[in-house]
Design a protein around this ligand. Structure first.
Ligand code: FES
Ligand code: FES
Length: 138
């Protein structure tokens, strides 16, 4: 199909076989949840990370995306990339790296931006939880 041909095969691959679709327990102390929307198109992405408290490393990452193929591919890729990383390392992932890897055209840049924002929001949520936990036990 002409539409399929205009997309990079990595986008198609992640779109057809999205990795790590799902949900984690939002209430869990070691789970961070990021929900972000793209004002430009109304698409919404939820990305969750689960950290191993012993190692500080992200051991699980899942997503649910209501949006275009590029947004689904970007979030799928993001869950793969954050796994095995620390929160700091995960926060350093940029939309440019995602867009470059998936060869997203300029008009689809905001789709990868959604993934970067979702990662950062999930990390922030987890750090907020930790802060509150400290306050609660102080
Ligand atoms: Fe969001 Fe493309 S405009 S699906
Ligand atoms: Fe809006 Fe992709 S996230 S078109």
């Amino acid at each position: 199909a002409p539409l399929a041909r205009s997309y990079h095969e990595r986008v198609i691959d992640h779109y057809e076989k999205p990795r790590n679709v799902g949900s984690l327990n939002r209430q869990a102390a070691n789970v961070g949840t990021g929900v972000v929307g793209a004002p430009a198109c109304g698409d919404v992405m939820k990305l969750q990370i689960q950290v191993n408290e012993q190692t500080g490393v992200i051991e699980e990452a899942v997503f649910k995306t209501f949006g275009c193929g590029s947004a689904i591919a970007s979030s799928s890729l993001a869950t793969e990339w954050v796994k095995g990383k620390t929160l700091e390392e995960a926060s350093a992932i940029t939309n440019n790296e995602i867009a470059t890897y998936l060869s997203l055209p300029p008009v689809k840049k905001h789709c990868s931006m959604l993934a970067e924002d979702a990662i950062k929001a999930a990390v922030r949520d987890l750090l907020d939880k930790r802060e509150k936990g400290k306050t609660a036990s102080a």
